[in-house]
Design a protein around this ligand. Structure first.
Ligand code: PCA
Length: 322
């Protein structure tokens, strides 16, 4: 063999050896790099690479760049990608159980959110398992507050506004408050406000900061309405193809990511609320009247949810309250 052929053969062997022992997973996520969920996922990817000695690497595709948010779950389900992240309550059209964490004023603190996750997790895991999906972990956003372009003292002040929604629950809330909802993905929020498509939203201080909400709103009402979760799922077939030790390392890294993510979320809440204030957004508690009116909407939504969620819903609420 000529020396060049020898080199080509050696490279070939090296490549096939890598192919046999190392996997690279593409991971679509909906939110941008500056968002703490995405930063936590980068850390998770690093952790997986380190703890598997490079046998599995995860390439993160942020801000809906590989698959748009509404497509991510099915992309993982069909095996187009092995792993992905999405907002859990986006699946509420499949089963209301997926949106228990967006019922207004049901779970409004981190302790309550943790309890709600613990009691709903087995049912959520079972439902996703039927679709060939395995839950790796879930992390909540900070409590949700109201962003507006004017002072709002009561629900009537919101009437007729166009409202940015991010799931069916926020759409329903807008309807009940006399607003017109429009679905807008988080990375598109600044554009939607700038072009006048929307004038109000309910989201976390994190999303208020990552979308530079001070460019288009004046007020943030800290309503602490609910803590919606992002979930990370893996395609079960892709997972099973990994060596046992790699599977275990992924699960261990996922457990660490869940713990770290909840801590990051807690720290975000006050830090990002402060950032809003520093940029001139008027941060306040809702007036007692507004709080009461929003609470009434929450009660109505919970009653409707319970009708649809049936036995599973009842059991989750019983265990949550018990
Ligand atoms: N941010 C996401 C979902 C909830 C949140 O706090 C969003 O606004 O799209």
């Amino acid at each position: 063999m000529k020396p060049t052929h020898l080199i080509a053969a050696a490279v070939g062997v090296a490549l096939s050896a890598t192919a046999a022992f190392a996997d690279e997973w593409n991971m679509p996520v909906p939110y941008s790099d500056s968002v703490f969920h995405t930063q936590n996922i980068y850390k998770f990817a690093e952790d997986v690479e380190k703890s598997t000695d490079g046998k599995l690497t995860i390439k993160v595709h942020s801000a809906g760049s590989l698959f748009k948010h509404p497509e991510i779950k099915n992309a993982v389900r069909s095996g187009q990608v092995p792993v992905g992240e999405f907002l859990l309550s986006r699946l509420s059209n499949e089963n209301p159980v997926f949106s228990v964490d967006t019922l207004p004023f049901l779970a409004t603190s981190y302790d309550a959110a943790e309890k709600l996750w613990n009691v709903s997790r087995p049912k959520i895991e079972a439902l996703l398992d039927q679709q060939g999906l395995k839950v790796l972990y879930a992390v909540p956003w900070p409590p949700q507050g109201l962003y507006t372009k004017k002072d709002v003292n009561e629900l009537a002040d919101l009437k007729g506004l166009s409202f940015r929604a991010y799931n069916a629950g926020t759409e329903m809330l807008a309807d009940k408050a006399g607003m017109a909802p429009t679905q807008v993905e988080a990375p598109d929020v600044p554009q939607a406000f700038a072009t006048g498509r929307v004038d109000a939203m309910i989201t976390s201080p994190s999303t208020g900061v990552s979308s530079k909400s001070w460019d288009f709103v004046t007020n943030y009402y800290d309503t602490q309405a609910w803590l919606p979760k992002n979930i990370v799922v893996v395609n079960k077939k892709s997972f099973r193809r990994l060596d046992k030790d790699v599977q275990e390392a992924v699960l261990a890294a996922a457990a660490r990511a869940e713990k770290r993510g909840w801590e990051m979320s807690k720290a975000e809440t006050s830090a990002k609320t402060k950032t809003l204030e520093e940029h001139g957004v008027k941060v306040s508690k809702p007036s007692p009247l507004l709080a009461e009116e929003l609470n009434a909407i929450g009660q109505a939504m919970a009653a409707e949810w319970l009708k649809e969620a049936g036995k599973d819903g009842l059991e989750i609420l019983r265990d949550f309250k018990g």
